[in-house]
Design a protein around this ligand. Structure first.
Ligand SMILES: *[C@@H]1O[C@H](CO)[C@@H](O)[C@H](O)[C@H]1NC(C)=O
Ligand SMILES: *[C@@H]1O[C@H](CO)[C@@H](O)[C@H](O)[C@H]1NC(C)=O
Ligand SMILES: *[C@@H]1O[C@H](CO)[C@@H](O)[C@H](O)[C@H]1NC(C)=O
Length: 421
């Protein structure tokens, strides 16, 4: 969810006002090609490198953001009929991440590629504010208005427009949804509010699911409520700004973390916030850090802090008067998860300190009892291991693939029977 792991370093660069020297060092590193090529590649480009056909689709949301969807329609080194009936899997990344979350490792270890090779039509989302989706019809990311959003709008606008687009493009009736972290939150909130939308989601597979975040650990847990109050005040001073690390600084960090001696320090640093990553490919930590953290809005993080403090799954809190104006009530509306009727599979781990087991039990399992189709515990997964971990291709994805394929086959058989009768 939230990994500001190299904050101290980038902060150092700012504080010492050595951004220029950072830049010079970086130019040197670039010129002798010490940074992994994948650092500069987009999701479709990385796909191409491994032999996957890829497509870029532009989606216009109802509030006029332009989002990029990335598609891997075929298996590795294969041409395929893009309209053949296959299950669609729609992959939605988490907070401060982007579509790269699904392809961080080698082809047979990365979610996106593993699903493509299993015969799925893979669609990868990039939420508003991420590098691939920093476009708007009326204004660009240099305008403050651009950054006036949280996951609430990703849920209300990005998700709905993107899924409608995919269904129209593929002439299918539904998708199978795979979300990680914030990517589960935006689906929980959408399903709770929108029955028509629910029909388009055949299954919801939730990796490291988060709804309430009352028992969150890591940096939040360590510094407690006081830290949150400070963070809130600090963020409140930067309303409508992007939350991102300058590219030059990010590449420097990436370079340092790709060096053998630094790798452990870099992952330890991530673990401080996130639990202890044991399943990263250490020699690729530099590549991970080139793409993550991806940009989002300051307001999104503010919203998350509100959730930790209120212990509720609610819309953005504008204060009493602001809420009256925005929602017509003094407090922000709370999402009612008991309204959800989409079959939902949860994948969680005791070692994940962000998607806490107690929160999952209290806010998801207890409210969605009737519609939880599976609740699967993974051994020793930290929050990012669900997507970055190289073991997930052995003990996580095969189960999901089998569940979806069985369901899709059943669906096709009943459809054929219905046509016959
Ligand atoms: C941001 O969005 C809120 C809620 O829709 C709105 O009330 C406010 O005026 C917007 N602010 C800016 C600067 O666009
Ligand atoms: C880690 O990634 C490198 C390429 O960046 C690859 O050569 C190596 O085989 C990977 N290691 C594992 C254990 O997958
Ligand atoms: C990926 O391929 C390598 C080399 O062929 C193999 O050793 C490894 O077990 C494979 N991983 C998975 C998850 O199948």
């Amino acid at each position: 969810m939230c990994y500001v792991h190299h904050f101290p370093l980038s902060h150092f660069c700012f504080v010492m006002r050595i951004d220029i020297s950072c830049f010079l060092i970086l130019s040197f590193i670039n010129s002798v090609k010490l940074i992994d090529d994948e650092c500069y590649m987009t999701v479709p480009e990385i796909g191409k490198q491994y032999g996957y056909e890829s497509e870029v689709h532009l989606v216009r949301t109802k509030d006029d953001y332009i989002l990029e969807l990335h598609r891997f329609p075929c298996r590795m080194n294969e041409k395929c009929d893009k309209f053949s009936k296959r299950p669609i899997v729609f992959m939605q990344h988490g907070l401060l991440a982007d579509g790269f979350s699904w392809i961080p490792n080698l082809a047979n270890q990365s979610t996106g590629f593993v699903f493509a090779d299993s015969g799925f039509d893979v669609w990868i989302a990039n939420s508003r504010g991420t590098p691939a989706s920093q476009k708007h019809v009326g204004y660009g990311p240099e305008n403050k208005k651009f950054w006036n959003f949280t996951w609430q709008q990703m849920s209300e606008f990005d998700l709905t427009s993107s899924i409608d687009y995919v269904l129209k493009e593929t002439k299918q009736e539904f998708v199978y949804y795979l979300g990680h972290s914030q990517g589960t939150m935006i689906m929980f909130s959408r399903l709770a509010e929108d029955k028509d939308f629910s029909k388009k989601i055949r299954h919801f597979h939730a990796l490291a699911p988060v709804a309430t975040v009352s028992h969150i650990g890591g940096l939040f847990g360590l510094f407690g409520k006081q830290f949150l109050t400070y963070a809130e005040i600090l963020l409140g001073r930067l309303p409508y700004s992007p939350l991102s690390i300058p590219r030059t600084v990010q590449k420097m960090i990436s370079y340092m973390c790709s060096k053998f001696l630094m790798q452990n320090i870099c992952t330890l640093d991530i673990g401080f916030i996130d639990g202890n990553e044991k399943m990263f490919n250490q020699s690729r930590v530099g590549v991970y850090l080139c793409h993550t953290p991806a940009a989002t809005s300051v307001k999104d993080l503010q919203h998350w802090i509100q959730l930790v403090k209120s212990q509720k799954v609610a819309k953005f809190d504008y204060g009493k008067d602001g809420n009256m104006a925005e929602y017509g009530q003094p407090t922000p509306p709370v999402y009612d998860l008991t309204q959800i009727d989409t079959p939902t599979y949860l994948y969680w781990s005791r070692d994940d300190i962000l998607a806490d087991t107690q929160d999952i039990r209290d806010s998801i399992l207890s409210k969605m009892k009737k519609t939880i189709a599976g609740s699967i515990e993974l051994p020793h997964y930290s929050h990012m291991d669900f997507v970055f971990g190289i073991k997930a291709a052995f003990d996580l994805y095969p189960g999901i693939i089998k569940t979806i394929k069985d369901d899709f086959n059943r669906y096709q058989i009943t459809r054929r029977l219905r046509k016959v009768s």
